[in-house]
Design a protein around this ligand. Structure first.
Ligand SMILES: CSC[C@@H](O)[C@@H](O)C(=O)COP(=O)(O)O
Ligand SMILES: [Zn+2]
Length: 214
């Protein structure tokens, strides 16, 4: 008998973690209309990732599949997330990335559009920087990169690859689309995702207040 393509217990553990986080993220309204995709690196060759087109608030283990680092489905005929290549790009580029989370909250979507021309959201002076691995003080300037959206995955990956130049970068926005955030494991990726959502929310609120003459 052939050896299994991957460790099923490992896969089941990753699927359970993805399901638990995606239910919470969907309840926040960050995965509207099946948007969002989520993955965990299982080993050097494999990642567990959401199947394309599923309602991310109602995932079961059957909605999580395995791909290799070239995005090929492993031991399944299911179709991985349309954006699986953005996940494996991060796994290939950064060996310490263990999980990638992608959401479409209104805040993320709007912030990306507002800052598309600048190519970044420049954040200054937030205590919450310390929620991001490697950041130890509010006395800093931190750029969250913004890339143009594209339906051409190779083009999108090239844009992303070009802007990931700073150490301890844990996310990027795609203009009009949403946020990718990652970490060494899914809990760290989630902390980074929540931190970016909060920081972007503050930036949008400050814009509103300034617009109102404050
Ligand atoms: C439902 S529109 C959003 C999609 O185009 C895409 O951006 C997305 O995040 C979800 O795609 P999926 O293929 O389910 O991973
Ligand atoms: Zn998306």
């Amino acid at each position: 008998m052939n050896a299994p393509a991957f460790d099923h217990n490992l896969y089941a553990g990753c699927a359970a973690q993805i399901i638990s986080h995606t239910r919470e993220l969907a309840a926040k309204g960050w995965t509207p209309a099946t948007a969002g995709n989520f993955s965990i690196r299982m080993d050097a060759e494999h990642a567990a990732i959401t199947i394309s087109g599923k309602d991310k608030g109602r995932l079961t283990e059957a909605d999580i599949m395995v791909v290799n680092m070239a995005n090929d489905p492993v031991a399944t005929h299911h179709r991985p997330s349309a954006e699986a290549a953005l996940h494996t790009h991060l796994y290939r580029r950064f060996p310490d990335v263990g999980a990638v989370l992608h959401t479409h909250s209104p805040t993320q979507t709007i912030a990306g559009l507002l800052h598309a021309d600048e190519g970044r959201v420049r954040l200054r002076g937030y205590e919450l920087f310390k929620a991001l691995r490697g950041h130890t003080t509010h006395e800093a300037e931190l750029d969250l990169p913004v890339v143009p959206n594209s339906q051409d995955m190779d083009q999108l990956i090239a844009s992303v690859d070009a802007v990931l130049t700073q150490p301890n970068t844990w996310g990027y926005l795609i203009a009009g689309h949403g946020l990718y955030a990652w970490g060494r494991d899914i809990n760290e990726a989630r902390r980074h995702l929540d931190a970016f959502e909060f920081l972007l929310g503050c930036e949008l609120e400050m814009r509103r207040l300034r617009g109102a003459g404050a």
